[in-house]
Design a binder for this molecule. Sequence first.
Ligand SMILES: *Cc1c(COP(=O)(O)O)cnc(C)c1O
Length: 421
Amino acid sequence: MLQYGKIVRYLLLESPLSMSPLPQPSSNLGLIPPYLFAELDKKIDAAKAHGVDIISLGVGDPDLPTPQPIVAAMQHAVADAATHQYPAYNGSMPFRAACAGWMERRFGVKANLDTEILSLIGAKEGLAHLILAYIQPGDVTLVPSPAYPVYRNYTLLCGGTPITVPLKAENVFLPDLSAIDPAVADKAKLLFLNYPNNPIGAIATPEFIEEAIAFCKKHNIILVHDNAYSEMTFDGYKAPSFLSCEGAKDVCVELFSFSKMFNMTGWRLGFAVGNPEVIAALGKIKNNTDSGVFTAIQQAGQVGLENSDALTADINQIYGARRTLFVKGLQELGWPIEAGAATFYLWVPVPAGFTSQQFATLLLDECGIVVPPGNGYGPEGEGFFRVALTQPEARLTEALERMKAHGISYTMKSSPALQTV
Ligand SMILES: *Cc1c(COP(=O)(O)O)cnc(C)c1O
């Protein structure tokens, strides 16, 4: 009995579990804002529970399947036991050769297989580890706003300071590099750019790319170009590689992703190409963190790159048609927007009198339509919402019909009742 009592007393009163809380996560983790869709997700779940038929134009995740030749290559590759062992950490030689061949065919950019190309478990992984490789407390990065959240959040996770570079409509959503305080620029280690752009869909002019490279050379900054949407373009527009600029490789590393190029978000495949010092630093982090990309996935990805013109043409035809349909529908509802040349995103201003959050909430409450509010991509995104064209045309048409039926238009008046959130 006594023994038993002692045990109970230990468990209840003296057990380390009940006596002291667990250690707290790194304080840097506390700097990361809640997940962009967190608030909306709660409302979406509640709406679904009430049987509402939700049309999500939210997450930038293709609804279309990966092209069949890539799937077939994967099926073949996965049956080969030679793919089952740890992969070459920097990417197999044939995969890197396929990446180099594609860079040369597509952009005229030459890259050394051994020193200038590295396989990635998606562009996001590459971005995060690149930041980890360069940023420690006290270091500064230049981060556009609005932007893909990883640039800013991973800088914060590493204890660095992200300095916001605004993207404004009046400057066709290109940053005004001359407005950056030279003292800040001298301190910065990394500048992030992303054209064609998520969330805006904007593209970079050749003059701007030259200017960005010159700026980075002048201030000794590594230019990290996230080229995740290089192939998702329309109306004959071809997006450039920043590396095709004279001397770009002195300061630039570019990240490519198979996710949006070939509807392969779930597969996790990308590659980094560019300055060999930067590739080596990123490789060192990766070598100590992950063990590379499943060889079968690399083999499937090669088939994508080898047939990229035909495969992306098919995919872009679908997204391009959706874009035309939805832009026209929004124009009919009074929106002053034009179809852009790239990405499956539309960056749409909210009607006067609404915040981004209020208007996104209104679309969900009134129409069952999910869109992320623009401020989720940075403070400069306030006043906009993003549309991801990741629904078939019939659903996009239905979304537009619901908006029309509920009196949603660019010129609609906000009422206090609509602004409770
Ligand atoms: C989708 C996306 C990525 C992530 O690509 P993965 O290869 O799936 O990790 C990176 N950057 C931007 C801007 C994106 O929109």
